[in-house]
Ligand binder design. Structure first.
Ligand code: TMP
Length: 236
């Protein structure tokens, strides 16, 4: 499978067409942004970590009955995925307080929740991805009622599978963001990456941050955190 024309360039990835109209090739960059692209930088080797980790996790989720866009890893940075139209909702699940949750509600990081939380934001950079609830999403016709129910159920299932998996690697899955897409026939599948860019990972023993927060907050050791997560998943 080969790339033809470039369809899109985002902040962290490029998407290319292929000879098959139902498939595209995603190419992961080392570029990193935070705060709506206000903060820019590079994390050496990030594209490789995110590509390989996302693909591994998609296959794990498929085994547990969650349909994903994953088709075939071509090389360290490029993967064939099913073409979808993205549902413009960012779905965020939290197991432990951190980030914008702690800021918004004035609580420290690290409070373990009895039940995971789920929130939506409207995927719209111009509006800075505003928080919305499912009634707002319906009013804006971002998804149907049925699609929203499917997305919520799939998101909690993803959390269940990934939380247990990462714990087995000595990592707490604090929170994460996922996105969903529609296939041509309307089927909802998990699309986009699952990586240290889109999840918060804390070492289970020390609570050391092993994710993009090291870049967002200038904590140093950014590349090492990505490498450490690669080591936990692939043992290399
Ligand atoms: P938050 O605490 O800043 O709302 O982030 C929640 C989770 O979502 C965290 O794991 C990081 C991830 N995330 C993204 O993947 N993309 C984004 O643009 C933002 C703001 C957060």
């Amino acid at each position: 499978m080969e790339k033809t024309t470039q369809l899109y360039e985002g902040k962290a990835k490029k998407v290319f067409a292929t000879a098959d109209e139902n498939l595209v090739i995603v190419s992961y960059k080392d570029d990193a942004t935070a705060f709506d692209g206000l903060k820019k930088g590079q994390i050496m080797g990030k594209g490789v970590v995110n590509n390989r980790m996302s693909n591994y996790l998609c296959q794990l989720l498929e085994k547990h009955g969650v349909p994903t866009h994953y088709v075939e890893e071509l090389n360290d940075r490029e993967t064939v995925v099913k073409k979808v139209s993205i549902v413009p909702l960012e779905v965020i699940i939290r197991n432990i307080s951190a980030g914008s949750f702690s800021k918004k509600y004035g609580v420290e990081e690290g409070i373990v929740f009895d039940e995971p939380t789920l929130e939506f934001s409207y995927k719209n950079d111009d509006l800075h991805d505003p928080l919305l609830n499912q009634y707002h999403a319906l009013a804006l016709k971002l998804a149907t009622k049925e699609e929203i129910e499917t997305i919520k159920a799939m998101a909690f299932k993803v959390n269940e599978v990934l939380k247990a998996y990462f714990l087995s690697l000595g990592v707490k899955l604090v929170d994460f963001k996922i996105e969903f897409g529609r296939l041509a026939d309307g089927t909802i599948i998990l699309a986009d990456e699952i990586s240290p860019d889109t999840c918060r990972f804390w070492d289970a023993e020390t609570n050391e941050k092993l994710d993009k927060d090291r870049f967002r907050r200038d904590l140093g050791g950014v590349e090492d955190a990505y490498k450490e997560m690669m080591k936990r998943v692939f043992g290399e």
